[in-house]
Design a protein around this ligand. Sequence first.
Ligand SMILES: *[C@@H]1O[C@H](CO)[C@@H](O)[C@H](O)[C@H]1NC(C)=O
Ligand SMILES: *[C@@H]1O[C@H](CO)[C@@H](O)[C@H](O)[C@H]1NC(C)=O
Ligand SMILES: *[C@@H]1O[C@H](CO)[C@@H](O)[C@H](O)[C@H]1NC(C)=O
Length: 383
Amino acid sequence: MKLQEALSVFLLPFVLAQDGAQVPITALPLGPLHSVPLTSVYAISDTQHTSLSASSTTTPPATQTVTVPPNTPSIFTLIPVPSDSPVLPSYPETDPLDPLPVGSLAIPDFGPAWSAAWAKAKPKEKVSVVTGVGWQGGVCIGSIAPIEPIDGRGWPGLCLEDSPLGVRLADYVTAFPAGINAAASFNRHLMRRRGLYIGREHVGKGVNIALGPMMNMVRVPQAGRNWESFGADPFLAGEAAYETILGMQEGGVIACAKHYVGNEQENKRLMSSSNIDDRTLHEIYTHPFLKSVMAGVGSVMCSYNGLNGTFACENDKVLNDILKREYGFQSFITSDWMAQHASMAANAGLDMTMPGDITFGSGTSYWGANLTAFVSNGTISES
Ligand SMILES: *[C@@H]1O[C@H](CO)[C@@H](O)[C@H](O)[C@H]1NC(C)=O
Ligand SMILES: *[C@@H]1O[C@H](CO)[C@@H](O)[C@H](O)[C@H]1NC(C)=O
Ligand SMILES: *[C@@H]1O[C@H](CO)[C@@H](O)[C@H](O)[C@H]1NC(C)=O
């Protein structure tokens, strides 16, 4: 059995059939994985599935019908549908000093949508939209308050929910294959479909912003959350993030690329500083985030750690310079939960504070009333 087939055992729910086709699949015999005869593992191809003869099972296996949604084209992408062969140039040459223009094929332009929303919102609402309601202040892991429906306005607020592997803290949901397994498939179709299903389940549970995918490199082997990520190869992580985000957002949820950036270990993650030189930062750690921007990701989460001694969520260089100017990211950056440490983070590029309070349940906030005060005395500009 080839390695890829072995790994695909973990991806079985996604390894199905031709786009849009209804196909009967033969259920694997029940019981622990090791009792499954290896010959009953499906040979994996994205346009066909073949059940290798499972001669050692005596009872005829049950069948069920599974609908596989098609991968649909997206307009602002170099790889509109996943491709088994290289799509050239899927990797346009870029120069940090002369990045691709926003609105080019590779960098989607959200400008018009933002201007329309901006024109509608009142100052108090702008503060409310960027300040979470506080830890456990809503049903989601993070919530943005609604705007009351008065005078034909109104907006239901936002629900932010973990995780990169499916909906967290909910019943009747799927524990999807971990990011590391999705990456190990080396298969764009599967990565995009996994994203699509993850996105759909979040939408089905009422989530607006799903907090994933996670693209930190596995630099510290014992870090507790490495399995969520796509592994230590920046190219593979970038492509996996790209497909996952296209899938999730096609499923109707806003993806959140995280954790930006240098969150390579869990131990002392709130107080460690990742000191990375500029070239390494670009070639390894921020690269998957560039691919996320190219996939049109709707949000990015800044991380707990510092970079060269400055917290990621108030690091002007990584938020404003690299992500927003150089990569052309058009949407918003939310803090990881309690990763904001100052009101002035607004000027460094932070756009949303989560869960909103300074410490869980404190009832105070760096933004909220503080942001209103900083804006009204001109310390932080309204835009
Ligand atoms: C961190 O310091 C290195 C070495 O001076 C520099 O190359 C890099 O750009 C700095 N990174 C940030 C995010 O400030
Ligand atoms: C404003 O921020 C400060 C910390 O800078 C905090 O101590 C204070 O409680 C905040 N005010 C409100 C109303 O949340
Ligand atoms: C603006 O308001 C904030 C919040 O009240 C305060 O901390 C800051 O010192 C003020 N800045 C100026 C220049 O008045």
